[in-house]
Design a protein around this ligand. Structure first.
Ligand code: UDP
Ligand code: MG
Length: 314
């Protein structure tokens, strides 16, 4: 019998957990032919989250948990979940029921059809402000324009991953994680299913704009080093401006016989030295980018099949 691990990162979720447990339990009881594991990652909660989880575990041996020593953030909670999950597939789901568990059977169906990464794509987002929706839309645009890896739109972390995707992700041990970019980066056969995102059942969101901006910056910088190229791109027009102005000044001197005026010399000097400076920044940036990519220690590639046999990334 195939086993499916449902990974739930939870940080101060005492109010949502009873609802989540009830709905998840009902759901997995109704799905036959699969063994289930519900793996909670308690991310340093300061409320009764851990007590609740322990209580559930006593009643139900399908429940297991990882308890962090402190709050490490959802990204880290998810990789810990992947590390400890024992299933042939895992499902990542939020504790606040914004991701409806009722999509799970559909995810499993597509997994059985051979998809490796079945992700839930939002049709709508209830209970979220216009500003949050707008910024997240713009963010996807910017991120996509910076990289050639295809990024899934309107997609969170709610998804089913085949064991080999899990093993692949476990190989990416970078510390400033951005799952969004990692899910895209690993590739494999992806399938979108659509849903309406519900508002939180209880409790408050742990996100604020500061956290979101940080996540956005991590996303861009973990995906691509192209922002480091900005210097190089600015240096080129600066030197062009220098060159054109230089020709103009010299030509004017030769034709009219005037000497170079002080302000012209100053403009030339400013353009010259700022051009050199920006260019040097760009060069430093290029090397920094290479060091950055090397220190991430990612595998260079991931194999889908070898001689017709699926690569499991063990
Ligand atoms: N979460 C976590 N650690 C944190 C913050 C959040 O494990 O430091 C969990 C949280 O318990 C929930 C999920 O990540 O299961 C999503 O968090 P939240 O609902 O606050 O984010 P939003 O849905 O507003 O983006
Ligand atoms: Mg939420």
């Amino acid at each position: 019998m195939k086993k499916i691990s449902i990974i739930v990162p939870a940080y101060n979720e005492q109010d949502s957990l009873p609802f989540l447990y009830e709905r998840l339990e009902k759901l997995i009881n109704s799905i036959e032919n699969y063994e289930f594991e519900i793996l909670f990652v308690n991310d340093g909660s300061k409320d009764k989250t851990l007590d609740l989880i322990k209580e559930y575990r006593e009643k139900d041996n399908r429940i297991s948990y990882v308890d962090f020593s402190r709050n490490f953030g959802k990204e880290t909670a998810m990789i810990a979940g992947l590390d400890y999950a024992t299933g042939d597939a895992v499902i990542l789901i939020d504790a606040d029921l914004q991701d409806p568990p009722e999509l799970i059977p559909e995810m499993i169906k597509y997994w059985e059809e051979g998809y490796d990464d079945v992700y839930a794509q939002r049709k709508s987002r209830k209970g979220e402000t216009f500003l949050k929706k707008f910024t997240s839309k713009m963010y996807y645009r910017v991120l996509q324009s910076l990289t050639n890896v295809e990024i899934q739109k309107d997609t969170g972390d709610f998804r089913l991953l085949d064991r080999r995707c899990v093993n692949a992700i476990k190989k990416l041990r970078e510390s400033q994680r951005c799952s969004k970019s990692i899910f895209s980066w690993i590739g494999y056969k992806k399938k979108a299913i659509f849903y309406d995102r519900d508002p939180r059942v209880a409790g408050k969101t742990k996100w604020n704009y500061r956290k979101l901006v940080n996540l956005a910056i991590d996303g861009i910088t973990s995906f691509t080093t192209s922002p480091l190229r900005i210097s190089t791109y600015i240096a080129i027009p600066t030197f062009m401006a220098l060159f054109i102005y230089f020709i103009y000044v010299i030509a004017k001197c030769v034709i009219t016989g005037e000497v170079i005026q002080a302000f012209q010399a100053i403009i030339l000097l400013v353009l010259f030295f700022s051009g050199i400076q920006i260019l040097l920044f760009g060069i430093v940036g290029e090397y920094l980018g290479r060091i950055f990519n090397e220190t991430k220690n990612r595998p260079l590639y991931l194999v889908n099949e070898y001689n017709g046999k699926k690569e499991t990334n063990d």
